[in-house]
Write a protein of this length. Structure first.
Length: 102
């Protein structure tokens, strides 16, 4: 890994440790991964469901190295018991991924 990419990966992990909440990420085959997630609630996004109207959605930010391929129907369970279901991938910068939640 080049020095810049290594620095960004360390920075993302540090931010996730400081801002994130402990959770369990479960895929459709029942595999569970312990990780940290940042949930952003009531965020305005455009083009949700192929429309041009803004919509308010909940988003989850995850480290790509830990959850490389989020899919619709995967679940995120927070320490407090709140459960979120992945709807679709929103952004992927190669280090962090952001998914829209149902």
């Amino acid at each position: 890994m080049d020095p810049f990419a290594d620095m960004v990966a360390r920075m993302d992990a540090t931010l996730q440790d400081r801002l994130g909440t402990h959770c369990q990420y479960q895929d459709n085959q029942g595999a569970t991964f312990e990780t940290r997630v940042v949930i952003s609630r009531n965020v305005e996004v455009m083009s949700a469901y192929d429309t041009q109207m803004p919509a308010r959605r909940n988003l989850a930010s995850l480290i790509k190295a830990e959850i490389p391929s989020p899919k619709r129907g995967h679940t995120i369970t927070l320490e407090g018991g709140d459960v979120y279901v992945v709807d679709q991938l929103d952004t992927d910068d190669g280090h962090m991924i952001r998914v829209l939640l149902q």
